[in-house]
Design a binder for this molecule. Sequence first.
Ligand code: FPP
Length: 250
Amino acid sequence: MLRKLFKRDTSSTITIDEHNVPRHVAIIMDGNGRWAKRRGMPRSMGHRAGADVLKEIVIAADEIGVSALTVYGFSTENWKRSAEEVGALMKLFRFYMKRLLKIAAEKNVRVKMIGDKRRFDADIIEGIDKLVETTKDNTGMTFTIAINYGGRDEIRRAVQKMLKEYRESPYDVEGVTEQFVADHLDTAGLPDPDLLIRTSGELRLSNYLLWQLAYSEIYVTDVLWPDFDEEELQNAIAAYNKRERRFGGR
Ligand code: FPP
């Protein structure tokens, strides 16, 4: 069934096929810095605005019927940013994790974290563990946040896990299937993303979900992340509805 959604500020409509909603949407939330710069604000204000938008998008994605949403919150490369900006992002994570406990309870959302959390301060690690543990039995949308995440680093850690297991109990190496590798990634148990959304126009993957995005449809918008809203999400899904997915076949 086609669901017509009225745009807020125009009389035109966005049409989403309710039977073809992407099961898993992955997002690269780019453009916070540019958004702030255009307003003469510090970059940290862009991240704050970005965190507010993220809350709206979690709720909107759940309402549209997306069953998994995965966002890139902090990459393994983001540590190279100024101490001030990294500090502001850490402060935001602390604040956002508390807020997310409330949203997850209200919306029955299960929260997961991917990435190597070991590099964070102890209280952030505790916050992550509490959030994941408290929401693990929720049966609604799975919301995954990638922090200190890099696709190559995830594959490297998966290889380490496989080698450690082999050392403890050798197995038939011919049995190393794609599924076996996928089961050792941080995303084990999640379906691959059907749709990748990248905001603010850049045409690259930036080390995000390198294994998992193999057959995902890619949607890039020039809209900066703090300006992304429910209507933009609907636009992305409507564009996805028009794609013909072949997975390498014909
Ligand atoms: C990229 O924009 C954005 C980030 C590196 C951080 C994303 C973080 C948030 C949206 C805050 C909330 C997130 C969580 C998980 C609580 P950029 O700074 O690279 O923008 P630019 O390319 O315009 O400089």
